[in-house]
Design a protein around this ligand. Structure first.
Ligand code: SF4
Ligand code: SF4
Length: 375
């Protein structure tokens, strides 16, 4: 699933030592999804239905999360509507006192199910948009009829007045449609539009050469977002995730490792970020064996890259070290071969040349076809 956009950033309620509590939790209910987007952030090896946490286990996790200070719950997947107990899970989260955001492709949300979700108190929906027309969207999602179904779901959301964020993942094949994407967000009654340029992990990494935008597309999209933000202030809010490979400095992955958020995989593994399992020297605890409080505050994995103490130079003496926290650990491992290194996206990184080489290689010649995950 695409990552959720931030809805609000309340202040932490409590701390243990110098570590603040988490504010947001991403619950990946399942890896099952009828779509097969070539940029899906789910791992290449998907976990099966048989290993998924049960209804009772998830509701217990939601209570534990609320107990340690989590305020926002992003209910995601795969496609969360693939879980038959979705309504029960949302109800459990609402009763635990969490603000609930359903991150969905819309497939599987029938009007009756939406009535039930509304009744149990679902507070927000984040609907993904693969493209601005059926031909493009269904090709990208690998699911014929998906676009039409999504538009029906969007109309049902608007009818009920449930706050909506439209989540447009942008890449080489749909970046030139940004103006139409903005128009669609307004037509569908969205309050927020996430323009999220593909981050190259999981399936997106496998499809990097097919998805990588050009520099010209990237510059144009930045300008269009800035203009639209000024023009639509008070009407439509924007979250913009620029493409990493064209940036001078990295993003603060998860706002800093183990600082504000955590992810739970379908089988209950607790992660500091959704790709963290790509770092082989870290061991991740499972909620079936260890309480969430202990994992957040005391686990080796959550403490491995917390704060700034682990950083190498030039981060240690850099004025941005508490802005981007040295970037993404998974990207450092992937591109520099070392999770403890500076994120090579940073122009100050000794490995920044890797980014330049990758861009040169992937801009030469035709973009290849997508590789889709097998359902
Ligand atoms: S809708 Fe696309 S991105 Fe989201 S989980 Fe399904 S395949 Fe992945
Ligand atoms: S040197 Fe480190 S802290 Fe400074 S901008 Fe680069 S990644 Fe961020």
């Amino acid at each position: 699933m695409n990552k959720p956009s931030p809805i609000e950033q309340p202040e932490p309620a409590q701390t243990k030592g110098t570590v603040p509590p988490p504010l947001a939790m991403l619950a990946e209910l399942t890896h099952r999804c009828p779509l097969s987007c070539p940029y899906c952030s789910n791992p290449l090896a998907l976990s099966g239905k048989e290993g998924e946490l049960t209804t009772g286990e998830w509701i217990d996790v939601f209570r534990q999360a609320a107990d340690i200070g989590v305020l926002q719950l992003h209910i995601s997947g795969g496609e969360p509507a693939s879980r038959r107990d979705l309504v029960e899970l949302v109800e459990g989260a609402v009763q635990a006192g969490l603000y609930t955001n359903l991150v969905t492709s819309g497939i599987g949300l029938t009007p009756r199910r939406m009535d039930e979700l509304e009744k149990v108190g679902l507070e927000h929906i984040q609907l993904s948009l693969q493209g601005t027309n059926a031909e493009l969207a269904d090709r990208i999602g690998g699911y014929k009829g998906g676009y039409d179904r999504k538009m029906q779901v969007a109309a049902e959301i608007a009818k009920r007045g449930i706050p909506l964020t439209l989540n447009a993942v942008m890449h080489r094949h749909n970046m030139d449609d940004l103006e139409r994407t903005i128009e669609m967000a307004l037509e569908l009654g969205a309050r927020r539009l996430e323009v999220a340029c593909v981050q190259f992990h999981g399936w997106a990494l496998k499809n990097r050469a097919a998805l990588m935008p050009t520099r010209q597309q990237t510059d144009k999209v930045k300008q269009q977002v800035a203009e639209a933000q000024a023009r639509l202030r008070g009407v439509l809010a924007f979250d913009f995730v620029p493409p990493d490979y064209y940036a001078d400095f990295p993003k603060a992955c998860m706002g800093g490792w183990g600082s504000t958020g955590l992810n739970i995989t379908p089988d209950g593994t607790v992660l500091p970020c959704h790709v963290a399992q790509s770092i082989p020297h870290l061991e991740f605890d499972n909620i079936r064996q260890t309480p969430l409080r202990d994992i957040w505050y005391d686990s080796t994995a959550f403490n491995a890259y917390r704060g700034t103490g682990w950083m190498p130079e030039p981060c240690t003496s850099c004025e941005r070290k508490e802005i981007d926290f040295g970037g993404c650990r998974c990207q450092a491992l992937l591109l520099a071969g070392d999770a403890n290194a500076v994120d090579p996206v940073c122009s100050l990184s000794p490995d920044h040349g890797r980014i330049i080489d990758i861009l040169a290689a992937e801009m030469a010649g035709q973009a290849p076809d997508f590789t889709y995950r097998k359902l």
